[in-house]
Write a protein that binds this ligand. Structure first.
Ligand code: SF4
Length: 304
Protein backbone atom coordinates (compact mmCIF):
# COMPACT_ATOMS: atom_id res chain seq x y z
CA UNK A 1 0.00 0.00 0.00
CA UNK A 2 1.15 3.55 -0.73
CA UNK A 3 -0.16 6.59 1.12
CA UNK A 4 0.19 9.67 -1.03
CA UNK A 5 0.44 13.24 0.15
CA UNK A 6 -3.26 13.94 -0.55
CA UNK A 7 -4.31 11.23 1.87
CA UNK A 8 -5.16 8.39 -0.53
CA UNK A 9 -4.18 4.90 0.36
CA UNK A 10 -3.65 2.95 -2.85
CA UNK A 11 -3.84 -0.84 -2.92
CA UNK A 12 -3.15 -2.89 -6.04
CA UNK A 13 -4.97 -6.24 -6.36
CA UNK A 14 -2.74 -9.27 -6.57
CA UNK A 15 -2.24 -10.68 -9.11
CA UNK A 16 -3.16 -8.08 -11.67
CA UNK A 17 -2.35 -7.16 -15.28
CA UNK A 18 -0.92 -9.36 -18.07
CA UNK A 19 -1.56 -13.06 -17.58
CA UNK A 20 0.82 -15.78 -18.76
CA UNK A 21 -0.99 -16.25 -22.10
CA UNK A 22 -1.16 -12.57 -23.03
CA UNK A 23 2.44 -11.90 -21.95
CA UNK A 24 3.65 -14.82 -24.06
CA UNK A 25 1.57 -13.64 -27.06
CA UNK A 26 2.66 -10.00 -26.86
CA UNK A 27 6.33 -10.95 -26.49
CA UNK A 28 6.26 -13.23 -29.55
CA UNK A 29 4.31 -10.63 -31.54
CA UNK A 30 6.67 -7.80 -30.64
CA UNK A 31 9.72 -9.93 -31.51
CA UNK A 32 8.18 -10.77 -34.90
CA UNK A 33 7.23 -7.12 -35.58
CA UNK A 34 10.81 -6.03 -34.91
CA UNK A 35 12.28 -8.76 -37.13
CA UNK A 36 9.95 -7.99 -40.04
CA UNK A 37 10.36 -4.20 -39.62
CA UNK A 38 14.11 -4.65 -40.08
CA UNK A 39 13.41 -5.85 -43.66
CA UNK A 40 10.65 -3.30 -44.28
CA UNK A 41 7.70 -5.67 -43.77
CA UNK A 42 4.54 -5.48 -41.65
CA UNK A 43 2.97 -8.14 -39.42
CA UNK A 44 -0.77 -8.77 -39.76
CA UNK A 45 -3.26 -9.72 -37.08
CA UNK A 46 -6.79 -10.99 -37.76
CA UNK A 47 -8.70 -8.99 -35.17
CA UNK A 48 -7.12 -7.14 -32.25
CA UNK A 49 -4.17 -9.18 -30.96
CA UNK A 50 -5.20 -8.36 -27.39
CA UNK A 51 -8.24 -6.57 -26.00
CA UNK A 52 -6.46 -3.40 -25.04
CA UNK A 53 -6.63 -0.49 -27.52
CA UNK A 54 -3.70 1.43 -26.02
CA UNK A 55 -1.32 -1.56 -26.24
CA UNK A 56 -2.53 -2.37 -29.76
CA UNK A 57 -1.89 1.24 -30.79
CA UNK A 58 1.66 0.97 -29.41
CA UNK A 59 2.25 -2.21 -31.46
CA UNK A 60 0.72 -0.66 -34.60
CA UNK A 61 3.21 2.19 -34.35
CA UNK A 62 5.99 -0.43 -34.50
CA UNK A 63 4.63 -2.18 -37.61
CA UNK A 64 1.50 -4.18 -36.79
CA UNK A 65 -1.53 -4.09 -39.10
CA UNK A 66 -4.90 -5.17 -37.65
CA UNK A 67 -7.58 -6.33 -40.04
CA UNK A 68 -10.80 -8.34 -39.87
CA UNK A 69 -10.42 -9.77 -43.36
CA UNK A 70 -8.11 -12.60 -44.38
CA UNK A 71 -8.07 -11.14 -47.93
CA UNK A 72 -6.31 -8.03 -46.54
CA UNK A 73 -3.28 -10.15 -45.60
CA UNK A 74 -0.81 -10.21 -48.52
CA UNK A 75 0.20 -13.70 -49.64
CA UNK A 76 3.35 -14.85 -47.88
CA UNK A 77 3.11 -12.15 -45.19
CA UNK A 78 3.62 -12.80 -41.46
CA UNK A 79 0.29 -13.22 -39.73
CA UNK A 80 -0.43 -13.51 -36.03
CA UNK A 81 -3.04 -15.69 -34.29
CA UNK A 82 -3.87 -14.15 -30.94
CA UNK A 83 -4.03 -15.78 -27.50
CA UNK A 84 -7.82 -16.22 -27.96
CA UNK A 85 -7.07 -18.56 -30.86
CA UNK A 86 -8.90 -18.90 -34.17
CA UNK A 87 -11.36 -21.45 -35.60
CA UNK A 88 -9.64 -24.31 -37.48
CA UNK A 89 -11.05 -23.16 -40.84
CA UNK A 90 -9.49 -19.69 -40.36
CA UNK A 91 -6.15 -21.28 -39.43
CA UNK A 92 -6.32 -23.43 -42.55
CA UNK A 93 -6.97 -20.41 -44.80
CA UNK A 94 -4.11 -18.49 -43.20
CA UNK A 95 -1.74 -21.44 -43.61
CA UNK A 96 -2.67 -21.68 -47.31
CA UNK A 97 -2.11 -17.93 -47.75
CA UNK A 98 1.00 -17.39 -45.64
CA UNK A 99 2.66 -20.82 -45.39
CA UNK A 100 5.18 -20.98 -42.57
CA UNK A 101 4.69 -17.32 -41.69
CA UNK A 102 1.77 -17.99 -39.33
CA UNK A 103 2.64 -17.18 -35.71
CA UNK A 104 0.17 -19.13 -33.58
CA UNK A 105 0.08 -17.59 -30.08
CA UNK A 106 -3.07 -19.42 -28.96
CA UNK A 107 -2.84 -19.67 -25.17
CA UNK A 108 -2.36 -23.28 -23.97
CA UNK A 109 -5.44 -22.87 -21.71
CA UNK A 110 -7.56 -21.82 -24.69
CA UNK A 111 -6.11 -24.73 -26.66
CA UNK A 112 -7.21 -27.03 -23.83
CA UNK A 113 -10.80 -25.73 -24.11
CA UNK A 114 -10.66 -26.24 -27.90
CA UNK A 115 -9.43 -29.81 -27.43
CA UNK A 116 -12.17 -30.56 -24.91
CA UNK A 117 -14.77 -29.21 -27.36
CA UNK A 118 -13.46 -31.53 -30.08
CA UNK A 119 -13.31 -34.48 -27.69
CA UNK A 120 -16.84 -34.08 -26.33
CA UNK A 121 -18.49 -33.55 -29.68
CA UNK A 122 -16.38 -36.39 -31.14
CA UNK A 123 -17.83 -38.69 -28.46
CA UNK A 124 -21.41 -37.76 -29.32
CA UNK A 125 -22.16 -35.17 -26.64
CA UNK A 126 -24.13 -32.05 -27.48
CA UNK A 127 -21.77 -29.28 -26.39
CA UNK A 128 -22.60 -26.32 -24.19
CA UNK A 129 -20.04 -23.53 -23.96
CA UNK A 130 -20.64 -21.17 -21.04
CA UNK A 131 -19.47 -17.90 -22.50
CA UNK A 132 -20.16 -14.87 -24.65
CA UNK A 133 -21.21 -16.01 -28.17
CA UNK A 134 -19.74 -12.84 -29.70
CA UNK A 135 -16.30 -13.31 -28.16
CA UNK A 136 -13.51 -14.50 -30.50
CA UNK A 137 -12.29 -17.11 -28.00
CA UNK A 138 -15.76 -18.68 -27.84
CA UNK A 139 -16.09 -18.57 -31.63
CA UNK A 140 -12.75 -20.36 -31.95
CA UNK A 141 -13.84 -23.01 -29.41
CA UNK A 142 -17.19 -23.50 -31.16
CA UNK A 143 -15.30 -23.92 -34.45
CA UNK A 144 -13.48 -26.94 -32.96
CA UNK A 145 -16.71 -28.85 -32.23
CA UNK A 146 -18.05 -31.25 -34.83
CA UNK A 147 -21.62 -31.75 -33.57
CA UNK A 148 -24.45 -29.80 -31.97
CA UNK A 149 -23.21 -26.73 -30.05
CA UNK A 150 -24.95 -24.25 -27.76
CA UNK A 151 -23.50 -21.14 -26.18
CA UNK A 152 -25.06 -19.67 -23.03
CA UNK A 153 -23.92 -16.53 -21.28
CA UNK A 154 -26.41 -16.47 -18.39
CA UNK A 155 -28.20 -18.83 -16.03
CA UNK A 156 -31.55 -17.99 -17.60
CA UNK A 157 -30.17 -19.14 -20.97
CA UNK A 158 -28.92 -22.33 -19.31
CA UNK A 159 -32.40 -23.00 -17.87
CA UNK A 160 -33.98 -22.51 -21.30
CA UNK A 161 -31.81 -25.16 -22.97
CA UNK A 162 -33.63 -28.09 -24.52
CA UNK A 163 -32.88 -31.25 -22.49
CA UNK A 164 -30.22 -33.48 -24.01
CA UNK A 165 -29.47 -37.12 -23.27
CA UNK A 166 -25.72 -36.57 -23.52
CA UNK A 167 -24.50 -33.10 -22.69
CA UNK A 168 -20.89 -31.92 -22.46
CA UNK A 169 -20.10 -28.63 -20.73
CA UNK A 170 -17.05 -26.41 -20.97
CA UNK A 171 -16.46 -22.74 -20.36
CA UNK A 172 -14.90 -19.64 -21.85
CA UNK A 173 -11.56 -19.41 -20.00
CA UNK A 174 -12.53 -16.06 -18.43
CA UNK A 175 -15.93 -17.16 -17.12
CA UNK A 176 -16.94 -16.32 -13.54
CA UNK A 177 -16.50 -19.38 -11.33
CA UNK A 178 -19.90 -18.78 -9.62
CA UNK A 179 -21.79 -18.84 -12.92
CA UNK A 180 -19.98 -21.99 -14.02
CA UNK A 181 -20.75 -23.79 -10.74
CA UNK A 182 -24.41 -22.72 -10.71
CA UNK A 183 -24.91 -23.69 -14.35
CA UNK A 184 -23.47 -27.15 -13.75
CA UNK A 185 -25.80 -27.51 -10.73
CA UNK A 186 -28.83 -26.66 -12.90
CA UNK A 187 -27.77 -29.04 -15.68
CA UNK A 188 -27.07 -31.89 -13.25
CA UNK A 189 -30.80 -32.03 -12.62
CA UNK A 190 -31.80 -32.16 -16.28
CA UNK A 191 -29.30 -34.03 -18.48
CA UNK A 192 -29.33 -37.84 -18.41
CA UNK A 193 -25.56 -37.96 -18.93
CA UNK A 194 -23.48 -34.91 -18.11
CA UNK A 195 -19.74 -34.56 -18.71
CA UNK A 196 -18.08 -31.39 -17.45
CA UNK A 197 -14.63 -29.93 -17.96
CA UNK A 198 -13.85 -26.81 -15.99
CA UNK A 199 -11.85 -24.85 -18.57
CA UNK A 200 -11.73 -21.58 -16.63
CA UNK A 201 -8.05 -20.69 -16.48
CA UNK A 202 -6.13 -20.18 -13.24
CA UNK A 203 -5.08 -16.64 -14.20
CA UNK A 204 -8.72 -15.64 -14.39
CA UNK A 205 -9.65 -17.24 -11.08
CA UNK A 206 -6.67 -15.65 -9.33
CA UNK A 207 -7.47 -12.17 -10.64
CA UNK A 208 -11.13 -12.54 -9.67
CA UNK A 209 -10.18 -13.76 -6.17
CA UNK A 210 -7.77 -10.81 -5.82
CA UNK A 211 -10.64 -8.38 -6.48
CA UNK A 212 -12.98 -10.27 -4.10
CA UNK A 213 -10.40 -10.01 -1.30
CA UNK A 214 -10.08 -6.30 -1.89
CA UNK A 215 -13.79 -5.36 -2.04
CA UNK A 216 -14.36 -5.15 1.71
CA UNK A 217 -11.14 -3.27 2.40
CA UNK A 218 -11.30 -0.21 0.12
CA UNK A 219 -13.70 2.70 -0.51
CA UNK A 220 -13.69 2.24 -4.26
CA UNK A 221 -11.98 0.20 -6.97
CA UNK A 222 -10.59 1.50 -10.23
CA UNK A 223 -10.57 -1.27 -12.82
CA UNK A 224 -8.21 -0.49 -15.68
CA UNK A 225 -8.51 -2.35 -18.95
CA UNK A 226 -9.98 -2.35 -22.44
CA UNK A 227 -13.74 -1.91 -22.77
CA UNK A 228 -13.67 -4.87 -25.16
CA UNK A 229 -11.92 -7.09 -22.59
CA UNK A 230 -14.18 -9.86 -21.23
CA UNK A 231 -12.01 -10.61 -18.21
CA UNK A 232 -11.80 -6.90 -17.30
CA UNK A 233 -15.61 -6.71 -17.45
CA UNK A 234 -15.82 -9.67 -15.06
CA UNK A 235 -13.49 -7.93 -12.57
CA UNK A 236 -15.70 -4.82 -12.64
CA UNK A 237 -18.82 -6.98 -12.13
CA UNK A 238 -17.25 -8.81 -9.17
CA UNK A 239 -16.16 -5.56 -7.51
CA UNK A 240 -19.62 -4.10 -8.02
CA UNK A 241 -21.37 -7.22 -6.71
CA UNK A 242 -19.13 -6.96 -3.62
CA UNK A 243 -20.68 -3.57 -2.87
CA UNK A 244 -17.79 -1.45 -4.15
CA UNK A 245 -18.02 1.84 -5.98
CA UNK A 246 -16.35 0.88 -9.27
CA UNK A 247 -14.73 3.09 -11.89
CA UNK A 248 -13.80 1.24 -15.09
CA UNK A 249 -11.27 3.14 -17.17
CA UNK A 250 -8.97 2.36 -20.09
CA UNK A 251 -6.28 4.80 -19.00
CA UNK A 252 -5.55 7.32 -16.26
CA UNK A 253 -6.69 10.21 -18.44
CA UNK A 254 -10.30 9.05 -17.91
CA UNK A 255 -10.26 9.63 -14.13
CA UNK A 256 -12.52 12.34 -12.78
CA UNK A 257 -12.05 14.16 -9.52
CA UNK A 258 -15.67 13.78 -8.34
CA UNK A 259 -15.43 10.00 -8.14
CA UNK A 260 -12.80 10.36 -5.39
CA UNK A 261 -15.04 12.46 -3.11
CA UNK A 262 -15.18 10.94 0.38
CA UNK A 263 -12.77 8.12 -0.49
CA UNK A 264 -9.48 7.44 1.24
CA UNK A 265 -8.63 3.86 0.35
CA UNK A 266 -8.52 3.25 -3.41
CA UNK A 267 -8.07 -0.20 -4.93
CA UNK A 268 -6.62 -0.81 -8.39
CA UNK A 269 -7.36 -3.93 -10.41
CA UNK A 270 -6.42 -4.63 -14.02
CA UNK A 271 -7.56 -7.12 -16.61
CA UNK A 272 -5.30 -9.88 -17.94
CA UNK A 273 -4.77 -7.85 -21.14
CA UNK A 274 -3.77 -4.60 -19.40
CA UNK A 275 -0.05 -3.84 -19.80
CA UNK A 276 2.07 -2.79 -16.80
CA UNK A 277 2.73 0.65 -18.30
CA UNK A 278 -0.99 1.55 -18.07
CA UNK A 279 -1.17 0.33 -14.44
CA UNK A 280 1.98 2.31 -13.59
CA UNK A 281 0.51 5.46 -15.18
CA UNK A 282 -2.56 5.10 -13.00
CA UNK A 283 -0.53 4.54 -9.83
CA UNK A 284 1.60 7.58 -10.64
CA UNK A 285 -1.50 9.71 -11.24
CA UNK A 286 -2.87 8.75 -7.83
CA UNK A 287 0.42 9.13 -6.01
CA UNK A 288 1.51 12.47 -7.40
CA UNK A 289 0.14 15.98 -7.13
CA UNK A 290 -2.06 15.52 -10.19
CA UNK A 291 -4.99 14.46 -8.00
CA UNK A 292 -4.68 17.53 -5.77
CA UNK A 293 -4.78 19.71 -8.88
CA UNK A 294 -7.81 17.77 -10.06
CA UNK A 295 -7.83 15.55 -13.12
CA UNK A 296 -9.05 18.31 -15.47
CA UNK A 297 -6.76 18.51 -18.44
CA UNK A 298 -4.72 15.49 -17.29
CA UNK A 299 -3.78 13.55 -20.43
CA UNK A 300 -2.90 10.25 -18.85
CA UNK A 301 0.84 10.79 -18.60
CA UNK A 302 2.78 11.51 -15.43
CA UNK A 303 4.46 14.88 -15.96
CA UNK A 304 6.47 14.92 -12.73
S1 SF4 B 1 -6.72 -15.31 -19.35
FE1 SF4 B 1 -6.01 -17.44 -19.14
S2 SF4 B 1 -6.68 -18.43 -21.02
FE2 SF4 B 1 -6.79 -16.24 -21.40
S3 SF4 B 1 -4.81 -15.75 -22.31
FE3 SF4 B 1 -4.63 -15.43 -20.11
S4 SF4 B 1 -3.76 -17.35 -19.30
FE4 SF4 B 1 -4.61 -17.76 -21.34
Amino acid sequence: MVKDKDGFIVEVASPTGFCFGVKRAVESLEKCIEERASVGEKVYSIGMPIHNPQEVERLCQKGLVVTDKIEDVPEGASVFIRAHGAPPKVKKLLAERCGGRVIDATCPFVKNAQEKAALLSGEGYALLVLGDPGHPEVQAIVGCASGEVFVASSLSEVRELVKKDKLGVISQTTQKTELFAEAVGILAGSARELRVFNTICGATTQRQDGVRRMTGTVDGIIVVGGRNSANTAKLAEIASAGGCDVKWIEHAGELDKEWFNGKIKIGIAAGASTPDWLIDELKNALETSQMSRGMEGYDGRNDE
